[in-house]
Structures are given as structure tokens and as C-alpha cells.
Design a protein around this ligand. Sequence first.
Ligand SMILES: [Zn+2]
Length: 43
Amino acid sequence: MFKCMKCKKMIKQLDEVFVRCPYCGNRVLFKERPPIAKEVKTD
Ligand SMILES: [Zn+2]
């Protein structure tokens, strides 16, 4: 998963040949792990 540095949108699918944000055309993207929700119990 990638995150656009410019418009801050998450990009799930990305063409490896044509790496750019499909929303704004920005080519600077962050590689980001998908958020994993952890259940935390606080008693
Ligand atoms: Zn963008």
C-alpha cells in the first residue's frame, strides 16, 4: 500500500511501470503498511 505525499490519499493498487498517484499525478509516494487494528483491553 502506498500513500501520496501530496494529496495524502491511500493507493492500494499501483502500476509498477507507471508509478504515480492516480488522483493528483504526484510521483512521490510513501510505502506504507496497511493499518492493522489491534484490540486492546484496558481494565
Ligand atoms: Zn496524490
